[in-house]
Design a protein around this ligand. Sequence first.
Ligand SMILES: Cc1cc2nc3c(=O)[nH]c(=O)nc-3n(C[C@H](O)[C@H](O)[C@H](O)COP(=O)(O)OP(=O)(O)OC[C@H]3O[C@@H](n4cnc5c(N)ncnc54)[C@H](O)[C@@H]3O)c2cc1C
Length: 396
Amino acid sequence: MTPEASYDVIVVGAGPAGSTSALYAAKSGASVLFLDKKREIGSPIQCAGFLPDASEVQALLRDSTLPDTLRNYPDSCVLQRINTQRIIPPNCSIKEFAVRGAVLDRRRYDQFLAEEAARAGAELMVKTRVTKIEDTTVEISGIFGKHRIKAKAIIGADGPNSLVARSKGLVLKPESRETSVAIEYQVRNVDIDPSALEMYFGKDFVPGGYAWIFPEGKDRANVGIGIRSGMAERGISAKEYLHRFMRDHPFAGPKLKNGIVMNVIAGIIPVNGAPKRTATCDSLIVGDAAGQIFATNGGGIPPAMIAGKIAGETAAEFAAGKCRLDEYDRRWRAQFGSALETSVQARQLMDGVMKSDTLMNTAFKLISPEQMKVMQCGKLPAPVRLGLQALNRGKK
Ligand SMILES: Cc1cc2nc3c(=O)[nH]c(=O)nc-3n(C[C@H](O)[C@H](O)[C@H](O)COP(=O)(O)OP(=O)(O)OC[C@H]3O[C@@H](n4cnc5c(N)ncnc54)[C@H](O)[C@@H]3O)c2cc1C
């Protein structure tokens, strides 16, 4: 690369949002550079890897156009197929519903997505960090040296602590910036149902969040918790909550008691939705960088990729002089903006209920399995909204 290189589009980050943006920008005829600070795409993993089948995503997000790579990916990316989701409230009165999907090997899936983008013509640089952004010039440093590169459009797909978002003022107000802290183990030798996702609730085990057992094979699982530090007992870390869950939970403990921990994964999950603006005249943000993650269940792969397609196509159109870049903001909100907002409202209502196991047990009793399913993707049926509001009022 020459020091004065320039591209139509530079994409910062090669996770699901970045690689999808790069793929669709390149397919739309733009010259594209996408780069990631990781030495190996997708590694270390920071995800539990559950991806619902495209038909499930489409049924819940009817107005969204899914990228092909969300529908079709190699079997080698799949660790375990899933057909059931089980919800375990504090009193262990289990509810379940059918869900089709897969627990993915995120390392392989992210590599598949990046390879697709590179094969479509986008130039990929691994182990390369963006260190500074000034107007439309990015400074990069890494295995290919230090360079300043110009672009017509910059796409920030650089995760929850996005440098692009901070450099361009595309951030939530400080009082709204709340995150969920997640820690998970990949464990072997566990006694689980390999076809079912399990999500556990209860303030003593997972304050303000949930614990999960996501099967990765017959006796293998990703076991984790996402908690909100503001709702945790003082002095107790996320790791301690996870250990307590694996050891003492009456329903999960016996399944996990012989587990062998093979890998420790930690990360943060933004749970406040998107900032007011997600694009400027020359830059946009996408995926976790833009808070495009369903706050009810922490599912971020589908929205990151749906918005990535829109981001790539809009950036290419912008580079060709055919539209303004902030058209991206309007387009993604038209496809799933209201679902994202509703998921934040549902999360806020659940926050109140989650302060008491008794309220939680009552709420889970009132909500049908079908209602639970749609709530996860940002739908809040009116009876559920009213019920949660009433429970919250009763608590005061
Ligand atoms: C513990 C945990 C479990 C989860 N489980 C699930 C799940 O089961 N299902 C689901 O749908 N979602 C899950 N999520 C959420 C999901 O992982 C994210 O929503 C998804 O990865 C978002 O994709 P992204 O491309 O926006 O961000 P990321 O996947 O975070 O990718 C951002 C990329 O940007 C790179 N980067 C950052 N800064 C720079 C820089 N300055 N220069 C160069 N590169 C940079 C990073 O290295 C990274 O590769 C989970 C999250 C966590 C933390």
